[in-house]
Design a protein around this ligand. Sequence first.
Ligand code: ATP
Length: 309
Amino acid sequence: MTATNGITLRVTELKKYYGKIHAVDGVSFVIPSGSVFTILGPNGAGKTTTLEILEGIRVPDAGEIEVFGVRVKQIDREVKKRLGVLLQDGNFEPYLKVKEVVKLFASFFPAALSVEEVLRRVALQEKGSAYIRTLSGGQRQRLAVGVALVNDPDLIFLDEPTTGLDPQARRNMWSVITNLKEQRKTIILTTHYMEEAEALSDYVCIMDNGVIIAEGTPRELAARLGQETIIEFSAGSIDTEWLDQLSSFGKGVRKDGEIVYVETEDLVETMEQMLAWSREKRIPLKNMIVRQPNLEDVFLSLTGRKLRE
Ligand code: ATP
């Protein structure tokens, strides 16, 4: 059951201070039922603190929360029954079997899903009798999500569900999240990975220093950079004088490690200039690609910093 007005969560001017640190400094958002809402931001942005308040782990200093259509001061026991929270690094007992772990967590709830159903939802049907110690990192993380689902929650919190996973395991987790969405579950996700936010989210809030600095669908956010196209190439060592020359060809230029990024609103013109420049200066434009701006570019243009330093 979800909220009748189609809104699962509404947060207004939420604040949480730790002494002088304004971890969450007036955050407001609305999450429609059945959507994936993502909070993207660098370390220390206030993502976890926001989630912990909404999970009922922390008490806010100020702000209003409306969840499942009811206004609450803080998240209470009644609300918690309908929440699912991914525990960071499940740390399950290695000598238990997968199904025993699910059964144990299910025993905390009067009406829990069957073990089979939980394992099906996280694509671990084949692993019920496997010992935890034999699971891969990705399987363990999916089990942790499974444990968060035992009470068949309406609102699910996934705080960095794929951090540390390899690309294949990350994709497997994405398909678990997509399946949850198909069941009309409402999901709050945090991530450092912009491609994850782009792949999964209906709506993204970019948070920095305790406040939301930009929000919208992934497409709307990328569109903030207007008609820009990004040209990337690997440069190795390149001196500042060359970067200055490059910047005169486009709207902006930046270098991150070996990679040079040239932003332009006139792709053909900039490309022609860059190719002529490359020939003249004998600078190879190695691994050159042309792409549309992504959320990482949006974050960078807003803050001058990268999401992951
Ligand atoms: P990360 O991606 O690293 O998890 P985050 O966006 O989740 O970062 P938070 O963990 O919410 O950020 O932290 C926000 C700010 O609040 C940081 O400056 C952090 O150091 C501070 N903070 C978090 N918890 C506490 C606490 N219990 N006591 C004091 N300061 C805290």
